[in-house]
Design a protein around this ligand. Sequence first.
Ligand code: RIB
Ligand code: CA
Length: 344
Amino acid sequence: MGGRRIRELVNLLHVAVLLAAPMAGAERVIIDTDCGYFGDDGSTLVMLLRTEAVQVEAITIVSGNVWADNALRYTKEITRLAGHGEIPIYLGAEQPLRHTLPMAEQEKRRWGPMEFRGAFDEPRPAVTEPLRRVAAVSEIIRRVERDPGQITIAGLGPLTNVALALEERPDIAGKIRRLVFMGGQLRVKGNSTREAEFNFWFDPEAASAVLRSAIGEKVMFGLDICNRAMLDKKGFDEIVKVETPVTERFREDFGVRYPGFLKNAKAEVSLWDALVAAWMIQPRLFTRPEELYLDVETDFGPMYGKVKLAGADAEPGATRVSMMNNLNYAGVYALFRDLLREKR
Ligand code: RIB
Ligand code: CA
């Protein structure tokens, strides 16, 4: 093979390595999501796919807002709309570790009313038994094992997949760079039951296992801060006035489905998961974190899924959770608006 041919092959190899390598300095992220038609999960996917601050390496799917098989379909549609159909997506846990529909029915009967039950109010999925081995979990383990200390998990739904990965391989807790997640609440009321926020209520056992884990850094966006990040009609209008395939889907979901800005100008909705993206892109927009040992109530009763201070009886080896409390909402909204309405 002549010298020229070898040089060509070396150049091709060089380009391939550059394309495979993450952008210099970008945080390497696996997004774990219970994405519905669009909503806060879809908005967060678009933000993280579009920012230079993050390299989305994979997306894993979990049941929550909707059953995982529907979340998989919606996530594929949204990543394609955002021009990133190349990102690998892996199906994860269809059922929570223990919580079941009959249990949710009992909770509604005995301790209701309940505000939001997510997939439990959707038609039953094909898979009704908790599975232990799912592609998403194997993929989280594989990627974290391959690049220890380099992979961040962005948790946007119930923490079932993360808990299953830790259950299968407890040692990976020390190899995950950090977990940045939306879930729980401490000093405000819940939004599933009075006591529990939805992501934690849907799978309390998973939330407890993850909060008690040894993952080096756990950054929590609970309802305490999410309730201070409310999108209103004016903010909605600013985004939909720029017509793109993404803003069209955003308009249909936020405008017609929930919270229905086009039917009720006084509606408002939290940015919830989008705070995870905003923090990863511009952490200085957030201040006053509290470093706490936290756990979640797993006794089946009116407190099921409620966050509790772990204090002195914290799990040996458990790391503290950095719970965010304060934000510059104008700055967060500007990031949300600009990334969502970007013409790509
Ligand atoms: O409580 C808010 C959480 O529940 C968000 O993740 C939202 O997407 C829903 O899943
Ligand atoms: Ca979510």
